[in-house]
Write a protein that binds this ligand. Structure first.
Ligand code: ZN
Ligand code: ZN
Length: 198
């Protein structure tokens, strides 16, 4: 699947946004009781929000307030639902609502030496509307390509982080092969050895 550069950047942003949520989703068939406290909210306060915007080179952020923090967290929950959507139609419904609420104004731009690409957010959009519009349209691109099932949650038992599977054969199961994938390979290897040794 050929993904335009700016779409890829927006996908990275939305994945990171969803994964700042304090509770990673428990595995669907896993135990729901006895859950320990998850990691802290990656958007716990305004400095964290500024850091997020800077990390993803989001331009024109201006001065952020508590309202922005709340609004971005709300958008984050909507995006988490898109990653949890069981099929393309429910994902499309969610994206449509998000993008409509953000009030988009598509604009061709070649700012800062980038090639021509489309910004979907309105020129004076708040940070939450900016994210809803641009990340929403990036997810729309994936759905239009018939690739909604590439929007995934990590299958490692205690992880559940969101990711976009951009592998050629859609075979990726873990958020990061270096951490989760590796961890499980090691566990499987040990289990095999235990079995072989008994
Ligand atoms: Zn741009
Ligand atoms: Zn993981």
């Amino acid at each position: 699947m050929l993904i335009p550069h700016d779409t890829r950047i927006a996908l990275d942003t939305v994945v990171d946004l969803v994964n700042t949520a304090p509770e990673s989703e428990p595995p669907e068939d896993g135990p729901t009781d006895g859950l320990v406290d998850g990691p802290e909210d990656g958007l716990a306060d305004l400095p964290a929000l500024y850091a997020f915007a800077e990390r993803h080179h989001i331009s024109g952020v201006g001065t952020l307030g508590e309202k922005d923090l709340e609004a971005v967290r709300a958008v984050r929950s909507r995006f988490a639902e898109v990653f949890a959507a069981p099929d393309a139609r429910s994902a499309a419904d969610l994206v449509n609502r998000l993008v409509a609420a953000a009030g988009t104004t598509p604009q061709l731009t070649d700012h800062d030496g980038y090639d021509w690409h489309v910004h979907y957010f309105a020129p004076d959009a708040s940070l939450s509307d900016h994210l809803a519009a641009d990340c929403g349209m990036a997810l729309a691109f994936i759905i239009v390509a018939g690739e909604q099932e590439r929007l995934r949650r990590c299958e490692a038992p205690d992880c559940g982080r969101a990711f976009v599977d951009l592998s050629r054969n859609r075979s990726r199961r873990y958020c990061s092969s270096r951490t989760c994938g590796n961890r499980l390979h090691v566990a499987a290897y040990r289990a095999r050895r235990r079995e072989a040794g008994s």
